[in-house]
Design a protein around this ligand. Structure first.
Ligand code: DQA
Length: 146
């Protein structure tokens, strides 16, 4: 079972970036914890973080036929990127959208997502635990689909 974790722009700044909103853990800490969890669940977890839209798109394209599920926190591209939506649709890999913060309690422009209507599910406002819940849900989803 192979899961691709995608983190979009500015998420490399976690720990330093608006900690009252995004928490004090760094992305490295979050990903390391998730890797440990994935191993115990017999899931192979690949991670990409980029601030460049095309890198995220290219990584999603390269996942065709090799990745079973995608967990994606698209950062601000959530609210802007038709291209990221099209990339996910082009590979037809089921995905869960994760946000650390509760985007619905913030600025109105954060309340629209170009991905949510195509996602298996959306998790927001639960901090880094959202990634854990997404991983558990991905496993359940893939086991059901077998
Ligand atoms: C975010 C929410 C987005 O609105 C924001 O642009 C981010 C992070 C979150 O994880 O809460 O970069 O995706």
């Amino acid at each position: 079972m192979k899961v691709l974790l995608v983190n979009g722009p500015n998420l490399n700044m976690l720990g330093k970036r608006e900690p009252h909103i995004y928490g004090s853990q760094t992305l490295e800490q979050i990903v390391n914890q998730l890797q440990t969890r994935a191993q115990s669940m017999h899931i192979q977890l690949q991670h990409v973080q980029s601030n460049a839209e095309h890198v995220l798109i290219d990584t999603i394209h390269a996942s065709l036929d090799s990745v079973d599920f995608i967990i994606i926190n698209p950062g601000a591209f959530t609210h802007t990127s038709v291209a990221l939506r099209d990339a996910l649709l082009s590979v037809n890999i089921p995905f869960i959208e994760v946000h650390l913060s509760n985007v619905h309690s913030r600025e109105p422009f954060r309340q629209h997502s170009y991905l949510s209507d195509k996602a298996i599910g959306v998790i927001c406002g639960l901090g880094s635990s959202g990634y854990d819940y997404a991983l558990m849900s991905a496993k359940q989803y893939l086991e059901k689909a077998k």
